[in-house]
Unconditional design. Structure first.
Length: 98
């Protein structure tokens, strides 16, 4: 089964819920990063992204749009892929993902 991680355009109907779930996902990622003892900058470097993108992720303002980005984040946090997948699946309908 192929998973697509590109969010649908925000509408008045789903904008609130997408924001809530994005912030929840960000809080989960922040918690995992802190448990790993990593700064935002360290985690971002390990995941191959900018510190600005990682910060945006943690506050719910940005979401990765590819499986590769999610996998890189999971690796940076020393998180197994099945755990990351469960978090993505929990949030994906609320994010408006297909």
């Amino acid at each position: 089964m192929s998973m697509i991680f590109a969010p649908l355009p925000l509408t008045d109907n789903n904008q609130y819920f997408q924001g809530v779930w994005s912030r929840m996902f960000g809080a989960f990622i922040e918690s995992r990063r802190e448990k790993a003892g990593l700064s935002i900058e360290q985690a971002a470097v390990l995941a191959g992204m900018s510190a600005e993108d990682w910060t945006g992720l943690e506050v719910g303002a940005w979401l990765p749009n590819t499986r590769r980005q999610f996998r890189s984040m999971a690796a940076a946090l020393d998180m197994d892929w099945p755990t990351m997948t469960q978090i993505i699946l929990m949030c994906r309908q609320a994010w408006g993902l297909q």
